[in-house]
Design a protein around this ligand. Structure first.
Ligand code: 7TS
Length: 413
């Protein structure tokens, strides 16, 4: 069985062959890797890029006059331009390399938050945020007395947009919202949220960790003020990610960390900071993984995000249809606009047992609260089982998952 996207030329078999890790068996079964929302696997292009940089072009960046340092610097800065083009940012210095979405949000909370917000100011988030877009704001609240305001979701796991708009007050100083929920799959109307916030002069941070692997993003068209992503969810290495910030904000924000590279001149009396983007990249950066993130983006764009989105939408539609035929299965997250995430529970079977029993059949899913405990509380469950699809998944793997769930139900009957 193939998706219509495959029949229209989506090269699924070639894509699968690009991922060495997928060519293995787990507990005697072919691996079905359905944990892509946590982290995606890496194509050979990314793995080879890492090896080649260490073998031929590696040195520290920005500081050396020798050839290797210049080559490493050129490649590191080329990756910045690559990510600028990928996100369609106006300037390459609006691309700040960080460890991942988490560090990007913490940077904004500490640098923007401490310099632009004061006691009593409000930060508006949604009830479906990952902990990475909750806790940094709570930490800021403890430090300077800001207040966290939460826009509600409904039983489908959709954002109540009107309620969000109602909560935009004269005190709101930032809206921080996920583009795609990792626990529910919901795709939020970020463009509309940004329009509404901007009409009131409020900047918006978009958490794009779950969006960029699945849909084409244009930060300039979106007009968001900040955008964060994680490389490891984007078929790139872990430990590298991007904070995009509009030049006007980044210029007005103080450094997040101090150290080498982020300075122009240091004396014991005073330090003059470097310009963008270096002001926010203290210390030796994650050189090789940054370059490899550029390779990951090349790989994704060669396939095409629209084709990837179409293939994944078919996987999700088929998985949803089959899941609804399973007795005792409840879908958690049934929004009209959803990314390729299927969160569910089975009557009387703990999600961790589902995860463990599926693993015995070679099927990798995630079970837990997905770092979105308030979402679990809202739906009154301790955890969900979550299958999340990526560009290399097949309808046969969806079948394996659903057949596996059928077997589990028989065991527990
Ligand atoms: N925001 C969202 C929406 C996420 O899904 C995640 C990670 C993060 C932020 C944090 O990203 P990090 O790379 O900095 O850790 N989400 C998940 C997940 O769903 N399962 O494992 C990690």
């Amino acid at each position: 069985m193939t998706t219509a996207t495959e029949r229209a030329g989506y090269p699924l078999e070639r894509i699968r062959n690009d991922f060495p890790i997928l060519q293995q068996s787990i507990h005697g079964h072919p691996l079905a890797y359905l944990d892509n929302a946590a982290s995606t696997q890496k194509p050979r292009a990314v793995i080879d890029c890492i090896r080649r940089v260490y073998e031929t072009d590696y040195s520290n960046v920005h500081r050396g006059v020798h050839s290797l340092s210049q080559r490493a610097t050129d490649r590191y800065e080329a990756a910045r331009c690559r990510l600028q083009a990928f996100l369609k940012a106006r300037h390459s210095h609006e691309i700040i390399f960080v460890r991942g979405a988490t560090e990007g949000i913490n940077l904004v909370a500490q640098s923007f938050g401490r310099s632009h917000l004061k006691a009593g100011d409000e930060i508006l988030i949604t009830a479906m945020e990952h902990h990475a877009n909750i806790v940094p704001w709570q930490m800021l609240s403890e430090q300077i007395g800001t207040r966290l305001v939460v826009a509600p979701i409904d039983r489908q796991g959709e954002l109540q947009l009107d309620a969000l708009i109602d909560r935009l007050s004269a005190k709101t100083r930032l809206v921080a919202v996920t583009q795609v929920s990792n626990a529910l799959g919901t795709i939020n109307p970020v463009r509309e949220i940004i329009e509404q916030a901007h009409a009131r002069g409020i900047p918006v941070l978009v958490d794009g960790a779950q969006a960029v692997p699945h849909l084409a993003v244009d930060v300039t068209a979106l007009d968001c003020d900040f955008y964060v992503l994680s490389g490891h969810k984007l078929y790139g290495p872990s430990g590298i990610g991007v904070l995009y910030g509009k030049e006007q904000w980044l210029k007005a924000m103080p450094p997040y960390q101090g150290g080498g590279d982020m300075i122009r001149r240091v004396t014991f009396e005073k330090t003059e900071y470097n310009g963008l983007p270096y002001k926010f990249e203290a210390g030796t950066p994650n050189i090789v993984d940054t370059i490899a993130l550029g390779a990951a983006v090349d790989y994704l764009e060669a396939i095409g995000l629209d084709a990837i989105a179409a293939h994944e939408a078919e996987l999700l539609a088929y998985a949803t249809r089959r899941a609804l035929e399973i007795p005792g299965l409840t879908l958690i997250g049934t929004a009209r606009h959803k990314g390729a995430i299927l969160s569910f529970t089975l009557d009387r079977i703990h999600p961790h047992d589902i995860g463990t029993l599926l693993d015995m059949q070679g099927i990798a899913i995630r079970a837990g609260h997905h770092c979105a405990m308030p979402v679990m509380d809202f739906f009154g469950v301790p955890a969900t089982a979550r299958a999340s699809f990526g560009l290399y998944n097949t309808l046969a793997e969806v079948d394996a998952l659903m057949d596996g769930l059928g077997e589990i139900i028989k065991v527990f009957r």
